[in-house]
Design a binder for this molecule. Structure first.
Ligand code: MG
Length: 322
């Protein structure tokens, strides 16, 4: 097996969540040549959310102990290689529906909301955790003029913040909350309390859960570019959780793998699958890969090409053998 890398930086247009600022983010595209053929994947760690930095993952590829993130990237590259060698496309030629994403409530105007409504969005995901008053008043404004369902993502913020948030959030709007994601650090009793008010979704806090136990959550967030989505969707179903597939706000190559997996799970998995969250490409300044995704309002399709697509862009990318 021969691995080449093409490091890149993504420049966020604004802060991406309550734990990161708007500094540029680094990752690497992988080109993996093996008996399966040549395949591509992304490697995009989130050190702020507990991942090792990129250098550690790259280093791990030269030894015998790849990190779990690298293992996942290599598995996806192999899947891409198999599809490319058969000249078929991964995923589907269909369209996948997604929520709209608000990473910063101060940057979304009434006109933006009107446009989303007109283009057919039914769900908005709002990153919460920095300013209770601003976030709650934004949500009240949304709910008073539009029919959107609301997904709140607290990114494992403090219990204190959540407490304050719950106090000011009007109960009359509780029914609009599809779920609250990682509302605070996982603690079964605390989460079960909250579930009396809102459905709760498990994302990064999955790492703190004992998978054999009963789970204090209603929805599992899956990021196929980082996790074995097939296996986890099956576990979620056994535990009575629905599944929402999302990007990890990663490079378009990671997003393409994740969208392909979402299509496959829709066809094959017995889990209940909710609307997806893959419209994160424009969180960053535009790049040539992102421009290849067909996007129409909430709808998104696979890029043209074989495997996950981007054939000519992969040809042109600067690669260096690891
Ligand atoms: Mg999340």
């Amino acid at each position: 097996m021969r691995i080449s890398i093409s490091p890149y930086r993504l420049q966020p247009r604004s802060a991406l969540n309550s734990k990161t600022d708007a500094k540029s983010r680094e990752g690497a595209l992988l080109k993996v040549e093996s008996s399966a053929g040549t395949g591509y994947a992304d490697l995009f760690p989130w050190p702020e959310l507990g991942d090792e930095p990129l250098a550690v993952h790259l280093e791990s590829m030269t030894g015998f102990r790849p990190t779990r993130l690298v293992e996942r990237s290599l598995a996806l590259a192999e899947k891409d290689a198999k599809a490319r060698s058969q000249k078929i496309r991964l995923g589907s030629s269909d369209w996948l529906k997604n929520n709209a994403l608000v990473t910063d409530v101060s940057r979304v105007s009434k006109e933006d909301l009107k446009a989303w409504d007109a283009r057919g969005f039914s769900t908005i995901k709002v990153k919460c955790g920095t300013d209770v008053a601003a976030e709650v008043s934004f949500l009240e404004n949304v709910a008073s003029s539009f029919r959107f369902r609301l997904r709140l993502d607290f990114n494992s913020g403090s219990s204190d913040f959540l407490e304050k948030f719950l106090k000011v959030f009007p109960e009359s709007l509780d029914e609009r909350i599809e779920y609250a994601e990682d509302p605070c650090p996982y603690e079964a009793r605390r989460w079960n309390d909250l579930r009396r008010r809102w459905p709760v979704a498990l994302d990064h806090e999955l790492s703190k859960v004992n998978r054999g136990e009963e789970i204090a959550a209603d929805v599992l967030i899956l990021k196929p570019a980082r996790q074995n989505a097939e296996e986890l969707a099956d576990w979620a179903r056994q535990k009575g959780m629905a599944v929402a597939l999302t990007s990890s706000m990663d490079h378009p190559v990671g997003v393409a793998h994740a969208v392909a997996t979402a299509f496959e799970l829709q066809k094959q998995s017995m889990a209940k699958i909710l609307e997806s969250g893959f419209l994160t490409l424009d969180c960053y300044d535009e790049n040539a890969f992102a421009a290849r995704f067909p996007v129409d309002g909430p709808w998104m399709a696979m890029p043209e090409g074989t495997g996950i697509g981007f054939d000519d862009l992969f040809e042109e990318a600067p690669w260096s053998v690891l």
